[in-house]
Each structure stands twice: as C-alpha cells, then as structure tokens.
Design a protein around this ligand. Structure first.
Ligand code: UTP
Length: 294
C-alpha cells in the first residue's frame, strides 16, 4: 500500500536550545535560510508523500503560517518584480488540502504525539519524520526508506538507524541486528529494540533515528502505552510491543545526520548546509578563515 501520509511531531518544548525556543518553535529554527520544518517537508515530498500532518502545541501557530500564503508579502514581491523570491516561495507552498494540523495539548512524549495523529492517518501505513533531525543527502533519507518499504511489501515497519560510539549507546534507542535483506545490504530485520540500554548490555551500536515507517496498528498500542524513560510516552516502547506481531526492519541510510535539537548540532548543520550551496560556499569559507585568523 502506498505510503501517502507523513506525521511531523512538532509539539515538544525544545529545552536543549533555550532560550531560542522560549517563544519560537524549535522547528522554526533556521538552517541557512529556511526553517527546519521546511527541510523535512521537502524531504517527505521528494519521497512521494501527499499529505503532511503536523502535531502542534501551544506557541506553534507560526508553523501553520509558514505553509500558508502571505497575501501582503506576495503582492509586495510582485510589485517590486522580485521574481526569484516569488518562485522560491511558490516552490514549497503546499496545495490546498495537503496539510493538516492537530494539537497535542501537553508534551507527554513522542509516542503520545504520534497517537494524536491517529484520526488524520486512519488505517494505512504512514511515515513519522522528526524535524529536528536533518539528513543531508540526495535522495533523502525518507525516499531511501520508502523505496525499501515498497520492496518489502505490506505490514512491514521500518526505522532509520545510525552507528553511534559503543560507549554512548546508553543514551539512545538501540536495535539488535537480525538477518540482512537479500538484495539491500543496508537493510536488516530488527532483532529486538531497547530504549537507553544500561552500559555493557546494548545489543548493537545502531541507534534508532528520527525517520520511521509504521503500520496503523501502532495506534492501538500507543492508546494504552504507559510512561517510560523520562516520564514520557515513548514511541520506542510502542514499537517494541508492535514487533511481537509485525516485522521491523532497520535501514542504514546514506547521508550525514544532523541533530539540530542540540546547540552544537544546530551550529554544525548551518555550516554543513551552507557549504553545499554554490551561492554561499566561497563567501562562508572566506569569512570563517578571516575569523579564525583574528
Ligand atoms: P525531542 O525530544 O528531540 O524534542 O523530540 P523536545 O522534547 O522538543 O526537545 P528537548 O529534549 O526538550 O530539547 C523530537 C521531536 O518530537 C516532538 C518535538 O517537537 C521534536 O520535533 N515532540 C516531542 C512532540 O511533538 N511532543 C512531545 O511530547 C515530545
């Protein structure tokens, strides 16, 4: 079944990047010249997603505004003949009816945020994309996953995974590695998942990252999900339960992952994304060299 819908949980508090996120959503933090949320919506569109579902919270209205038309701005740009800017705004403007917004009234955890989208997703497989994690690559991480999901057929769940240093596995959701996929060396059946395993007990050093393809049966599980690590309703705990009746696959995606929800990761992402841009690379390099020579 075609994966048509993606859920973007954007209701978190973003405490790691305070005070930036006091009044502004973390997902609107800017990497180079566009907010995080726009990168992940573009990634989802490239992967064939047709409907974009945002689970928002208080103070997040500006995310909805970002995907709306700004009449006054459009008119001003037109009257000043700013064709390049008009084209850029039009490029990411979703068509009417392509977006939905629902609210998570309290940030009870990622699992709870995903559950809030149950009515909008309905009874079909869907993607979950965390906007504070960017993967720099073409094709994007979600496209790589959906291509594999299409080969695997119905009722498979997929998670994007990435190697982390063995001494840090206790900070992540980790999955065990089962059989490798016959034709895709970077995909494997997951043999057990564990959230933040105590040091020395981790089944591998592959951490679960912010891209998932899930079957709708996850919603029934999340409905009764108890609070786990950090007192939050964890998506990983729900997936562990679903893995008892459905297959889970890990995908070691190609691309450089940036954790933009932490200050060092956010700064690194800005440099990495700017260095990809023909219009910015040389200028940035010159500015950095000038600064470092000071
Ligand atoms: P994070 O744990 O990285 O986000 O969740 P956070 O809680 O906002 O950040 P810190 O740890 O306090 O700095 C990953 C994604 O899940 C969303 C967040 O908005 C983020 O995009 N999320 C998290 C929710 O939508 N609801 C929640 O209850 C928790």
């Amino acid at each position: 079944m075609k994966i048509r819908k993606a859920v973007f949980p954007v209701a978190g508090l973003g405490t790691r990047v305070l005070p930036a996120t006091k009044a502004m959503p973390k997902e609107m933090l800017t990497i180079v010249d566009r907010p995080l949320i726009q990168y992940v919506v573009d990634e989802a569109r490239e992967a064939g997603i047709e409907h974009f579902i945002f689970v928002t919270g208080r103070n997040k209205g500006v995310i909805e505004d970002h995907f709306d038309r700004m009449f006054e701005l459009d008119e001003s740009l037109k009257s000043r003949n700013k064709a390049k800017e008009i084209a850029e705004l039009a490029r990411f403007q979703p068509d009417a009816g392509e977006t939905s917004f629902t609210r998570q009234q309290a940030p009870l955890g990622l699992g709870h945020a995903v559950w809030c989208a149950r009515e909008l997703v309905g009874n079909e497989p869907f993607a979950v994309v965390l906007p504070d994690e960017l993967v720099l690559n073409s094709p994007g991480c979600l496209k790589q996953m959906i291509d594999i999901a299409n080969e695997l057929g119905d009722k498979s769940n997929l998670v994007a995974v990435e190697e982390v240093p063995t001494e840090l596995t206790h900070q992540y959701g980790i999955c065990g590695v089962g059989e490798r996929h016959a034709s895709r060396a970077n995909a494997f059946t997951i043999d057990g998942m564990v959230e933040k395993p105590p040091q020395g007990t981790s089944p591998s050093n592959l951490s679960i990252t912010g891209r998932y393809i899930l079957q709708p049966e996850i919603f029934k599980i999340l409905e009764t999900q108890e609070r786990g690590a950090g007192g939050e309703i964890q998506l990983t705990d729900g997936m562990i339960k679903l893995a008892k009746s459905q297959k889970f696959y890990g995908v070691e995606f190609e691309g450089e992952r940036h954790d933009c929800g932490s200050k060092p990761g956010f700064l690194r992402a800005n440099i990495a994304y700017a260095m990809q841009r023909d219009d910015l690379r040389d200028g940035l390099r010159a500015e950095m060299l000038r600064y470092l020579e000071k």
